[in-house]
Design a protein around this ligand. Sequence first.
Ligand code: HEM
Length: 483
Amino acid sequence: MTYHATLLSSIAVYRLSPFHPLAKYPGPITLKLSRMWVYRMAKSGKRHEYIRTLHEIYHSDIVRIGPNEVSISDASAIGPVLGQSGLVKGPGWDGRVRYMADRPLISWRDPVMHAKRRHNWNRGLSGPAIKVYEPVVGDRVVQMVDLALKQPGEVVDMVKLIKYFAFDIMGDMGFGGGSELMRDGDTHGFLQAVIDGIDDSILSETFPWLAYYARNRLFDVIESAANRAKERVLRSKGTQDLFYYLSNEDGNGKDTPPLEVVIPEGVVVSIAGSDTTSFSLNATIHLLISHSSAYKRLQEEVDRFYPPGENAVDTRYHSEMPYLDAVINEALRLYPVLASGSHRATQKEAVLINAWCIPPNTSVRVHTWSVHRDPRNFSPSSDSFWPERWLLANNQPCPDPKPSDFVHNTNAFHTFSFGPANCTGKALALREMKMLLCHMFQQMDMKFAEGYDPKDWDKDLKDAGVSMEVGMLPVICTPRHRT
Ligand code: HEM
């Protein structure tokens, strides 16, 4: 007892002492002292806002957010932390995979193994591969809008419907079908299991060692996704979906990985591909309905390219729709899915990032939420939805004049992260988002249900570590053109 008390107090004294290698970086005593507080902060769901406040109250672009963890809010650190010669993934990823013999791409901390695994992922999410997925996405887009309009004038919970939509697409694309949440609802509890798993993932991220002992619902999701992946690979029916490339069914990859290497990827398909896209879509829709002038401008652009009778899931006009791009970028700037940044870490050596010396074995995050809302990067109105800033920055025709204090640092925008471990699904995610928005805006009008307060969005918003979770988004949809 005395031994343990002495040990714990020595650790506490050391963590707070000027001899700790992170002593020169400011931060709250609680977070410096124990990861228990780091866990509490993350579990509160408000980590994204809290860390931003810390950067503000300490007037510092680097703050200590754990005994061995720092957050950086300076955009110029994005390259050194996340770029080609940047840091490796952080130890939180060890906790998220526990006993797995092999790992999914997203959790490989060894850069050599990561690059090896990334090869087939890149092939499966390349432009030509995505072109083949388009009809599958198109069918789901039409199904989703038909559902939203099934009972015109009734309240639809967009959050739920779009989650179903995104999970069904990844089911088609990843596992050759089998997910019919939009048709049947979450009758098997699959989506709820993913939500619970994401919730528990914060525990494994904060205490990777505890993941070996604690009951964690994330591992149920990993296991069930691996089973679905195994079924799909053994079926090997030649459908050009993601596993077609991941298991090198086309024979054009560098090698054909064995089954035990491919099936862990199931969890990435289930979570990284679905929850991220559904959150981003919901954020975009929420912002559009809350901002009538942006809503109207997007409506006009969609009407120009997709008048009644034109197939709005045809992607051919996407590259000619600057306002659609601007709206999506602006929504992703305000609501990045990894709001508290991607977890990275130094290894055995100290690393110099800008002028900051980061000691060995230190976790580092570039705090996306702060960087994206920093007036040094986006001005004016850095906390507000103003898609026109993207038109002005790209010298595209814009109805709004350029303000004298206009700042637009495109390099600060890193919703899809940056460098060799950035989001490999970016092109697919954007394609899905654009197809759905064009079809929705062609087919229906949307408004918030009576009694819904748009301010609830930010109140309910939770940083869930690997994604963002929101409450309800009650919307009333009515058809625009009766055919
Ligand atoms: C709007 C939707 C999406 C957003 C905002 C998003 C964002 C991100 C972010 C921030 C990361 C972390 C990168 C890092 O650690 O530096 C990531 C990783 C990843 N994402 Fe996405 N993502 C989206 C959709 C998708 C989709 C549709 C897929 C398709 C399966 C996908 C597949 C992946 C994969 C495989 C990784 C791991 C990359 C690696 O470790 O090399 N994502 N994503």
